[in-house]
Design a protein around this ligand. Structure first.
Ligand code: ADP
Length: 455
């Protein structure tokens, strides 16, 4: 379901005094919405055609540090502008922000002729185009988990992190009573998103205190990544308005369950027939699906930096907490990195369980798609299914243990270099290595507690 607001409909709402603000936002490397708040009159008066931003937006880290060493932008290149080109198909009202609409923008060169190669939305658009050239429509869904806390963000920032208090007192997986107590946030999330044109399926309590999941209906890959970003924004905006906070960190506490963003994937024909289904196969999987899954397994370790982009992301891959540790496949088995769901039905699909909720969905979907399409092109043979408890299985393909390993594997990936181009792979390898260097140099609370007195 794309955006639900046309330019003409926006004009009518502005004339009626219902809307006065339009957010024009692009997605950065971290998957954040970055942009400007337009007065709606200016937006309608030409702002909808293009605006501009500093090109450092695709060359900074979470702290907006001007990271040295990128080819695309830096002090040597003078930090010029990118064009932000609103994609009017994504325009919608944001009912949880008074009088406000949102439109997503593509980052382009000055003339607006070409997408910026390292822009996450452009990277996904290219893989979707590649799939379409092969005759496939990639359909995807991301299942987004997060924690809600009683504290407001400002309180946490002012030295309050030690008072971090999850909104509930116990594991609330599927609990109706506990989640009734949280409806002041989650009901507004469901209804707000639905009115914004996001096809929300449901929300549910998850497997630790304060943890939630929101599901929205699968759609074409670009639409799903757009939806994911807007869902994240809505959850943060709505929780903040209620004096609460949320986190999409993959692992905010080593004693608690991590938060994931499993990606469900299937390919369809242009006229809506499921390419993955074969009635006569044991699991109902077609040859094309088997090649696709084989490609994802063959390249799983190389694409992990796009599924787990921070040093923290790897702390989620622990035994016995429903996050995977092995990049193998199994039918309806939550201990495997790749779980085949909907077997024997037209909805047969691959669920990749490796991505955490800290993922940039454009990069994750693009990397998964690139690996799957490489499997189809190379007609890779699917390895035997693994069965049972993958946590205790030995000698099978592991998920990289940390970002250092994953960055080296990304850097050395011929598949990703062919699919994304060298500039993109070099850019994101550099981003990963910067994250490692930043984390390496900082002294943490853990080190102080362990060493201060006793070292
Ligand atoms: P789970 O067992 O993981 O809870 P669900 O039935 O809730 O599975 O489905 C998870 C997600 O999979 C939903 O967001 C749904 O829209 C999506 N989904 C269903 N069918 C397909 C499909 N054919 N291709 C891709 N995603 C799909």
């Amino acid at each position: 379901m794309p955006g639900n607001l046309t330019l003409n409909a926006l004009r009518e709402l502005v004339d009626a005094g219902t809307v006065d603000t339009v957010l024009v936002a692009a997605v950065d490397m971290q998957g954040r919405l970055m942009g400007k708040r337009f007065h709606a009159a200016f937006f309608l008066n030409g702002g909808y055609k293009e605006t501009h931003c500093c090109n450092y937006l695709l060359a900074v880290d979470m702290e907006m540090t001007t990271v040295p060493g990128y080819k695309s932008a830096g002090w040597e290149q003078g930090y010029g502008d990118y064009m932000m080109k609103p994609d009017l198909d994504t325009m919608r009202l944001l009912p949880w922000l008074p009088g406000t609409a949102l439109v997503l923008a593509d980052l382009m060169d000055h003339s607006g002729a070409e997408d910026i190669a390292v822009s996450p939305r452009a990277i996904l658009k290219r893989q979707v185009a590649r799939a379409r050239e092969m005759g496939f429509e990639p359909m995807m869904a991301t299942e987004l988990e997060f924690y809600i806390f009683e504290n407001a963000y400002d309180d946490l920032r002012d030295g309050g992190l030690s008072r971090l208090k999850p909104i509930s007192g116990y594991n609330e997986d599927y609990h109706i009573f506990q989640t009734t107590k949280e409806e002041s946030v989650m009901r507004d999330v469901r209804n707000g998103l639905y009115a914004a044109g996001i096809p929300v399926e449901n929300t549910k309590g998850e497997a630790d205190a304060g943890q939630h999941e929101v599901n929205y209906r699968y759609s074409d890959a670009l639409d799903t990544a757009d939806n994911h970003i807007i869902v994240k924004q809505a959850v943060k905006d709505i929780a903040h308005a209620k004096g609460k906070s949320v986190t999409f960190m993959a692992k905010y506490d080593h004693r608690k369950a991590g938060s994931s963003s499993h990606v469900h994937q299937s390919l369809w024909t242009k006229d809506g027939k499921p390419v993955f289904y074969d009635h006569d196969d044991t699991h109902g999987m077609s040859e094309t699906m088997k090649h696709f899954l084989a490609g994802q397994l063959a390249h799983a370790q190389e694409i992990t930096a796009f599924l787990a982009p921070y040093v923290n992301s790897y702390k989620r891959f622990t035994i016995g907490m429903f996050a995977p540790t092995k990049a193998v496949w199994s039918a309806d088995n939550r201990t495997a990195g790749f779980r085949v769901c909907g077997g024997h039905t037209k909805a047969v699909r691959v669920e990749c369980r490796i991505p955490g909720s800290d993922v940039n969905p454009y990069l994750a979907c693009a990397a998964l798609l690139a690996a799957g399409l490489a499997g189809i092109e190379g007609k890779l043979e699917l390895e035997a299914e693994m069965k049972g408890d993958m946590y205790s299985a030995k000698g099978i393909r592991e998920i990289p243990h940390n970002l250092r390993e994953a960055a080296d594997l990304l850097n050395g990936s011929d598949m990703l270099r062919a699919a994304f181009g060298d500039d993109v792979v070099d850019h994101y390898t550099h981003a990963a290595r910067w994250e490692i260097a930043e984390t390496d140099r900082v002294v943490t609370d853990f080190e102080l507690q362990r060493l201060l007195e006793r070292a």
